[in-house]
Design a protein around this ligand. Structure first.
Ligand SMILES: C[S@@+](CC[C@H](N)C(=O)[O-])C[C@H]1O[C@@H](n2cnc3c(N)ncnc32)[C@H](O)[C@@H]1O
Length: 655
């Protein structure tokens, strides 16, 4: 189900007046659609329920006893009679009707099967994710509704009781709005623009604020039910919106602007190619939002361009033509000229031969147009003034090693405009400075001349290892970090070189067991989950109830940057919770009272902090893999108790 409530959808309404006529028509159509929709839904739901009824017990047929409530329905844990399910009708948050629905309870007994350890379901994940739960204002869901032992006071942690539903798209509302749009356009003849205005004015999702958001996009991403409307016609048999309805949003013809529009869709982290990334966006690192690309300053005069190449491109090349014989560009269509001007903002010093190929014009004309756009005399003056103001960059790296936010600014990384400069740390691969930036982490070439595998055992330690980093494929050329078959042992997360293990019953619930022989320092896997704020306390109540805690939140970082256990799964100021979202590394149990055979350590991978679990010793196949959770982990149990007591005290006061 596409979520129609993303920020991008809530664009400011255009300043178009909503006429009384438009408003009345919308209200009128919406009222009819709503009535017809709920009439259909009630009948449809009863039909579905009737299909589930036991044919041998017609007296229990739900169709006979159950009427679909109009607003919503919810089953309440049957306190008094476990064989009865209650269906309730709500209006404005109040129960206005309650019906009992008999249910048949089967008691299944399997005396021969040993009980499986309690299992906490979890969405499989291959990387960390940020969730919207970070601000601690929303309940992730109402947990354990059928479990009377669960303390419902959990919900008191939230200001409103229905916080778990906040900001969620109501699929019924979406279907109704779509039908309203269809009727407004086809039956009432309103234009797409008018309909968009009224939707925005009524706080609904706009039609299509950009090509990939809005009501029309959301509807195209889901299945629509075959609703039978008031005129007894089903959705599909009614006249549909035309295919290009509301698609005439003007595209800028300047390629530069087009690229900047497209940039918004990419993750702002240069190192990340994930669509709709939830790691680098909408988090405290949201300062990262993809900045628009800035026009580049030209550096080459026309003469310099001539010196840059000796090879004629043959396409009426500018090299074969003297300045005097250059063609007039007046006949070139304006649209082609605009493409070229846009390109020149991105790559002002691109050879005319290449410009010509992209813009489909002769090389001579590309050259002439460039000359008209970038004046040689102005350029010479500008370059000399740039040279005068250029200061030498001071490189001070006394700041904390782990970077947080990649820098993104104009000019070199030698002024307060650069976040890395200000905090005296290295620039990373995901920073927006040039690859040859003087502040960039230099890689391990200086330490690994003879040590080609960057392993932990090597006599001379790899500089990247010592700094708690994986090797950088762009900088660490001596160890061939870039090659897929590299011997470098310090690109394990980047290459996904992990050992196999299986999850099965262990002393403490489920545990992880080696499926192959593992050598000391081998990577077991990356500990992934939700990146959550330390302040999300209500989760502790759920953890305590399930007896399973997949979180560590000590922010101690590996103190001497050697590979020793850093006492946490937590990154500085951040916690990884793999309760509902994670991979099998979440099954590594605490080794106590024995020493652990694995450890988790924070590692910097191309600017991202990630947690790698690796073997501390050689491990035989079949051995359980264990960690030292550290004292901070078990202390959490008491804290969770404290939160529950606080909530108890508060509810007593309320009573
Ligand atoms: C990260 S999970 C480990 C996987 C877990 N055993 C399972 O079944 O999902 C941590 C939880 O495992 C249990 N656990 C792990 N090591 C333990 C130990 N040494 N003693 C007691 N319980 C342990 C606790 O319930 C803890 O909350």
């Amino acid at each position: 189900m596409a979520d129609s409530n993303s920020d991008s959808d809530n664009e400011v309404a255009p300043a178009v007046e909503v006429t009384g006529n438009l408003q009345r028509a919308y209200n009128d159509v919406y009222k009819n659609v709503q009535e017809e929709f709920y009439a259909w839904k009630g009948a449809y739901a009863v039909e579905i329920l009737a299909g589930l009824a036991d044919p041998d017990s017609p007296e229990l047929s739900p169709a006979k006893q159950f009427r679909m409530p109009r607003a919503c329905f919810q089953s309440v844990p049957p306190a008094s009679d476990p064989d009865v399910m209650y269906v309730e009708d709500y209006d404005d948050g109040m129960i206005v009707r309650s019906e009992a629905l008999p249910s048949i309870v089967f008691n299944l007994e399997y005396p021969d099967f040993p009980p499986h350890p309690p299992y906490q379901y979890c969405t499989p994940a291959s990387r960390n994710e940020n969730t919207d739960l970070l601000n601690n204002k929303r309940a992730p869901f109402v947990p354990f509704p059928e479990d009377t032992a669960f303390r419902y006071k959990y919900l008191r942690s939230f200001k409103k009781r229905d916080q778990w539903r906040a900001n969620q798209c109501d699929p019924d509302e979406e279907v109704m709005q779509y039908e309203v749009v269809r009727r407004m356009y086809i039956d009432r003849g309103f234009s797409a623009e008018d309909i968009d205005v009224i939707l925005r004015a009524c706080g609904q999702t706009p039609l299509r604020p950009s090509n990939e958001t809005g009501l029309l996009w959301n509807v195209s991403q889901r299945d629509l039910p075959q609703i039978v409307w008031g005129d007894h016609l089903s959705s599909s048999s009614k006249p549909q919106l035309p295919p290009h309805f509301a698609q005439n949003f003007p595209e800028p013809d300047d390629i530069f602007e087009q690229i900047n529009r497209g940039m918004e869709k990419f993750c702002p982290n240069l190192n990340c190619i994930t669509h709709n990334c939830h790691v680098h966006v909408d988090y405290q690192w949201d300062v990262l939002r993809t900045p628009p690309i800035e026009p580049k300053e030209p550096r080459c005069t026309s003469n310099k361009l001539r010196e840059m190449t000796e090879l004629s491109c043959g396409n009426e090349c500018f090299l074969d033509t003297s300045e005097e014989d250059m063609e007039d560009a007046d006949d070139v269509p304006l649209s082609d000229q605009r493409v070229l001007h846009g390109l020149l903002k991105i790559e002002p010093d691109m050879l005319p031969c290449h410009l010509a190929m992209i813009c489909r014009m002769t090389c001579r004309i590309a050259f002439t147009l460039r000359k008209q756009n970038i004046d040689d005399e102005d350029l010479v003056l500008e370059i000399s003034s740039r040279r005068k103001s250029k200061k030498k960059a001071g490189l001070n790296f006394s700041g904390q090693v782990p970077p947080t936010t990649p820098c993104a600014h104009a000019g070199p990384c030698s002024s307060a405009a650069c976040g890395c400069f200000k905090s005296k740390r290295y620039c990373e691969r995901n920073c927006r400075c040039e690859g040859d930036c003087a502040r960039r982490w230099p890689g391990c070439n200086s330490s690994c001349r003879q040590n080609l595998n960057c392993s932990n055992r090597s006599r001379r330690k790899c500089k990247c290892r010592l700094a708690g980093r994986e090797c950088d494929p762009e900088k660490c050329t001596m160890c061939h970090a870039r090659d897929t078959h590299t011997r470098c042992k310090n690109v394990r997360l980047q290459l996904g070189r992990c050992k196999r293990f299986e999850v099965k019953s262990s002393t403490y619930g489920l545990g992880a067991f080696a499926s192959e022989k593992i050598r000391a320092d081998d990577c077991i896997g990356e500990y992934v989950g939700e990146l959550v704020d330390d302040a999300v306390e209500h989760r502790d109540i759920i953890r305590r109830h399930s007896g399973l805690n997949y979180v560590g939140r000590s922010s101690v970082r590996c103190p001497n940057l050697e590979y020793v256990f850093s006492q946490c799964f937590g990154m500085l100021g951040t916690t990884i919770d793999s309760h509902w979202f994670g991979n099998p590394t979440r099954f590594l149990n605490d080794s106590k009272p024995k020493p652990p055979n694995c450890a988790a350590v924070e590692t910097l991978v191309n600017g991202d902090r990630r947690i790698v679990i690796f073997a501390l010793e050689d491990i035989r196949k079949g051995t359980e893999l264990t960690l030292d959770y550290g004292p901070g982990y078990w202390g959490k149990e008491d804290q969770a108790m404290g939160i529950e007591n606080d909530i108890d005290a508060e509810s007593r006061r309320e009573e």
